[in-house]
Design a protein around this ligand. Structure first.
Ligand code: AGP
Length: 515
């Protein structure tokens, strides 16, 4: 058996097996499950398929499994609960995978297994059944949308660097076909029928994990500012277990690159149980979250292979701006803001490219900071989530401890950390310029090493730091798309200089499909 997931009641199953004189060779929950299936197979004298179905009805937890039995060597049995699983339908051959990227070179025809489904594959065909009710289910065959090249490095040393450098294209893909310049309107077919329900909502929640949570935080600022409604941002792992005020007048937006993150999926299911309208902002087409939410918007960033999410973040923020404009248009937003944001949205691909064209400036700076063991990232307003994201990128691929903070919060504790060994990355924009310059002075006064990513370029900033990365100025709702990219490159270059496995950092998975 191959298993992706966590069997939560494996201890009680293990005890049951021990009472039957069956001992496991390992401490893994996976072995307990296969031993349990083998035990039932011997006891119940049922077919392999029926035995597995019976066993799975006793299991609590999450699993994506593939099982083979020597008595039926030509039969592959796979089943999912929680963890993603799909079948590839080839020419006289079948594949089972947790994601489409490993099978695209063999077939583009895939069948997604939904929650609580089991598939039986034999040389002459396949059948999908519901594990509980044991009914046969007819399944649609979907086509994989992307090409093989998109999941190759394309001459880059790492997928992460390739994906960082794709962002001018991916941001344009997020916008493509969604900005009607003639009528100055945003078109998002995936949520169009729900616009009024969203606008009438009592509460708007946004839930996500990791980098997607940072994009969600920026999304909440954009929606609050453009719609003048309160928007709450929630870590999905907390939201799914906390007693919240979610009800049938709520809208719960979930953000997920993979569309398979277990906590976010569970948060969505909980919101649906409470009658809320659920809206997904997702990258992977056909993923569980895109299939289980009521409506949504694909970010069209293409496959993101590097574990550290980069292009998905800039596309997620771009999509929040599109959603904000679409909804605000119905609420007669201030025309000046509307037009300047529309204009800047259209300029974004070329502005992103202009930031990427100065990527080498960042690799030079990285040389000077590769040996530090702690970093602080500080930003204000829309740049606070960018500080969080910059710190996460450095942590997850270079294993250097880093923290992101609202710059003003520094005086309430973190300033105690500042000395000659503490690099501090400031994200400086026009908004709150004076305030953040005084924070820079506070760090400078205590000998902190200062790196500045800024839309402002002047002698004052040059006085405070030798390491300044300039980015173009755009509407503040979009600015984080540009200020974030040098921080992606800083983390990438430091990690490469440290010899880290940038695409597959230790202890991390691209999609966290277990709790
Ligand atoms: C980000 O670089 C990490 N890979 C991780 O924090 C990720 O953002 C998080 O697991 C959420 O993933 P999702 O967007 O696929 O739901």
């Amino acid at each position: 058996m191959v298993h992706n997931g966590i069997i939560e009641n494996y201890n009680s199953l293990k005890k049951l097996l021990a009472d039957k004189g069956i001992t496991c060779q390992t401490d893994t929950d996976t072995e307990v499950l296969v031993q349990f299936i083998a035990y039932l197979y011997k006891e119940e004298k049922l077919s392999v398929v029926e035995t597995i179905r019976l066993a799975l009805n006793e299991v609590i937890g999450a699993y994506g499994i593939v099982v083979l039995c020597e008595d039926e060597p030509d039969t592959i049995i796979s089943a999912r609960l929680g963890s993603p699983l799909l079948m590839g339908i080839g020419e006289n051959e079948y594949f089972v995978a947790s994601d489409s990227s490993p099978i695209i070179e063999y077939t583009r025809n895939i069948v997604f297994l939904d929650e609580g489904e089991l598939a039986v594959i034999r040389p002459d065909g396949y059948e999908v059944r519901n594990i509980k009710a044991n009914e046969v289910i007819s399944k649609d065959i979907n086509k994989i949308q992307y090409n093989l090249e998109e999941i190759e490095k394309g001459g880059y040393d790492h997928f992460m660097l390739k994906e960082i450098n794709e962002q001018a294209y991916t941001v344009s893909e997020a916008i493509r076909g969604r900005l009607n310049r003639d009528e100055m309107r945003v078109m998002l077919g995936g949520i169009y029928d729900w616009v009024h329900q969203i606008l009438d909502a009592e509460h708007i929640y946004i839930t996500a994990c990791g980098t997607s949570w940072h994009a969600a935080l920026i999304g909440s600022y954009i929606l609050e500012e453009l719609l003048n409604v309160p928007v709450k941002v929630e870590y999905a792992s907390e939201f799914r277990y906390r007693v919240t005020a979610v009800n049938s007048n709520s809208v719960v937006i979930c953000v997920s690159q993979s569309g398979e993150t277990a906590d976010t999926l569970a948060a969505i299911r909980k919101a649906k149980e409470k009658g809320a309208l659920t809206l997904g902002i997702v990258n992977v087409v056909g993923s569980s979250i895109s299939r289980e939410t009521h409506c949504g918007v694909y970010i069209h960033a293409g496959p993101e292979i590097g574990v550290a999410s980069t292009k998905a973040f800039t596309s997620q923020v771009t999509i929040f701006n599109l959603i904000g404009l679409l909804l605000a248009d119905k609420k007669s937003i201030n025309a000046e803001i509307y037009h300047s944001l529309m204009n800047d949205l259209e300029r974004m691909p070329q502005l992103v490219q202009s930031v990427l064209d100065h990527g080498n400036d960042v690799s030079d700076i990285a040389q000077d900071f590769v040996n530090f063991s702690n970093f602080l990232y500080l930003g204000r307003g829309y740049q606070f989530p960018v500080a969080l994201e910059g710190a996460l990128k450095l942590k997850e691929i270079s294993y250097i401890h880093a923290e992101g903070y609202p710059a003003a919060e520094m005086k309430h504790g973190p300033i105690a950390l500042i000395d000659n060994d503490m690099p501090v990355v400031f994200i400086v924009t026009e908004k709150g310029y004076e305030k953040i310059v005084s924070n820079i002075q506070e760090v400078r006064a205590r000998g902190g090493q200062i790196i500045i990513v800024s839309t402002e370029l002047n002698d004052e900033l040059k006085d405070y730091s030798d390491h300044i990365i300039h980015v173009p100025k755009v509407h503040h709702c979009l600015q984080s798309v540009l200020t974030n990219i040098p921080l992606q490159l800083l983390a990438y270059n430091i990690a490469v200089l440290k010899g880290c496995d940038v695409d597959m950092p230790r202890n991390l998975a691209k999609s966290v499909t277990v709790e």
